[in-house]
Ligand binder design. Structure first.
Ligand code: SAH
Ligand code: F3S
Length: 489
């Protein structure tokens, strides 16, 4: 969701039980040691899927005896997992590579580029950045150990760029970096070809993992101490069970939320075209499914949506919203918006603003349109100036800021359950997240991290809430009732 350089940074070393590589995995690490203690530094740009791909790449390398380090200076292998969703994101990797100069790194280091920019640029990368000796797209990650072995045995340049794969990049070992929330990719790639989007070209065709395989991984995650599972896919609700069980997406999320020990389940990103009332019913009746749906609309005018090739009209989108609003639970909504797409008139833009007011989103990720290689938009004329895009973005963000403030202020006095994700020593504040994905801070201590507490909201800003801890079951009985209703359908 809101694929805006969510995380940029290296992977910290594993911290304690439940983080990083589990005890069982530690034992497996000794099994194959081709890495022989050689060190790698992996930095990730972009969306949750990239973050999770990096976790899998790190797990796979560690299983082969490579060791993660937290700075490129100390690493034998430097890997950048890149994002090309907008031009600015794609540029980041070139500025990182600039650190090493145009020549080869000397010092015998291997520099590799992974992910969407690698896939997009392919072997041209070697000319643009001669210090790079490995390029590998996400559909070829299972080949990474072989590619590294080829480099170590003297090959100068290697690449993994095939997209005609059935590979869902399953790994035995995944080196997860959050101790309580585990990402789990259920579908790779995207077949939609929205006119602005480079993802189908960089991540290849849709490939779904089997329902049974997903549930088995959830069980392992609970055993390792995770309580929140976030199911990922560029188009997560287009998931189609490839196994004979043939569960629908709604059945899958319901089953994941029923795995004993799972307390929270989120899924992202849903495409409006595949969004069914069954998904809302599942959320309504399964307390562990979070009160939150991210449903990117992109624009408010039907004409523009059709130019974008989104596959729905404004009214069809609003019907889905209506269905979500009719749920018994108050489900929080978020979306993605692009401003300044080719041909966006002032009237189109006003329709986006009116949609925002009509729907009442709790969060909006908004972007200026950025023309990408290999997309249909390359053939469109009627571009909007950068200055005008900037103006529209500022207007939209200010409107949304006011909407969010109003929506959050309504919560003052309510008791919400939070999962504590962090601690701010300077303020003595625990950083909690509600099931509706809001940040709710309260006076706490470092030991609160990973725990669930009821917290009463005492004040609200546009982007976060402040509260205090209370006791009580806050609606557990009503939740149990809804769950029983779903089971007896
Ligand atoms: N299916 C994924 C899409 C990933 S892209 C998802 O829905 O999250 C995430 C968001 O980036 C998109 O929803 C869109 O709002 C934005 N985006 C994609 N291509 C873009 C482009 N060329 N310029 C600006 N924003 C873009
Ligand atoms: Fe991109 Fe559209 Fe797929 S936004 S990821 S082509 S659904």
């Amino acid at each position: 969701m809101g694929n805006d350089l969510i995380q940029i940074g290296s992977m910290p070393p594993p911290q304690g039980a439940g983080a990083g590589v589990s005890a069982a995995q530690d034992m497996a690490l000794g099994a194959e040691t081709v890495g022989d203690g050689r060190t790698f530094y992996l930095e990730t740009f972009g969306c949750q899927m990239n973050v999770h791909d990096s976790e899998k790449v790190a797990g796979m390398l560690m299983a082969r005896g490579y060791r993660p380090v937290d700075s490129h200076q100390n690493a034998d292998i430097i890997l950048y997992n890149t994002c090309s969703i907008r031009e600015k994101a794609a540029q980041k990797v070139f500025s990182r590579l600039g650190t090493f100069g145009k020549g080869r790194t000397g010092e015998g280091k291997i520099i590799g580029v992974l992910g969407c920019v690698a896939q997009q640029e392919g072997e041209r990368f070697f000319e643009r950045a001669p210090q790079v000796s490995l390029v590998c797209g996400s559909a070829s990650y299972s080949k990474l150990p072989d590619l590294l072995a080829q480099l170590e045995s003297g090959e100068r340049r290697v690449s993994g760029l095939g997209l005609d794969t059935e590979d869902c990049f399953e790994t035995e070992l995944t080196r997860r970096d959050n101790r309580y929330r585990a990402y789990l990719t259920i579908i790779e790639g995207c077949d939609q070809r929205c006119a602005f989007c480079v993802v189908p070209m960089t991540r290849g065709p849709e490939r779904s993992r089997s329902g049974a395989g997903i549930l088995a991984e959830c069980g392992r995650l609970v055993d390792e101490g995770y309580t929140e599972i976030q199911l990922l896919g560029q188009i997560v609700n287009a998931w189609q069970d490839p196994s004979p069980t043939r569960w629908s997406f709604a059945e899958l999320v319901a089953r994941v939320s029923e795995v004993a020990g799972v307390r929270r389940v989120r899924f992202t990103t849903s495409h409006p075209r595949y969004f069914t009332p069954e998904i809302v019913q599942a959320v309504d009746s399964h307390p562990a499914l979070c009160d939150q749906i991210h449903l990117p609309v992109q624009a408010g005018s039907t004409e523009l949506l059709s130019r974008m090739r989104r596959g729905y009209s404004r009214d069809e989108y609003l019907e889905k919203i209506n269905c979500i609003r009719k749920a018994q639970r108050a489900i929080s909504l978020s979306t993605d918006i692009i401003v300044g797409f080719c041909g966006e008139s002032e009237k189109d833009f006003e329709q986006t603003l009116s949609l925002l007011a009509q729907v009442g989103y709790d969060q909006v990720f908004s972007f200026k349109f950025s023309l990408r290689p290999d997309t249909a938009a390359l053939g469109f004329s009627d571009t909007v100036s950068e200055e005008e895009k900037g103006r529209r973005l500022a207007v939209l963000q200010e409107l949304q800021r006011q909407n969010q403030l109003q929506r959050n202020q309504v919560l003052v006095g309510q008791v919400l359950e939070v999962l504590v994700e962090g601690f701010r020593p300077r303020l003595g504040q625990a950083v909690g997240r509600t099931t509706s994905n809001r940040v709710l801070n309260f006076p706490g201590e470092p030991a609160d991290i990973g725990c669930y507490f009821p917290v009463q909201v005492t004040s609200a800003g546009p982007n976060s809430l402040i509260g205090k801890r209370v006791t009580g079951d806050h609606g557990a009985a009503a939740q149990a009732e809804r769950r029983a209703a779903w089971k007896s359908r």
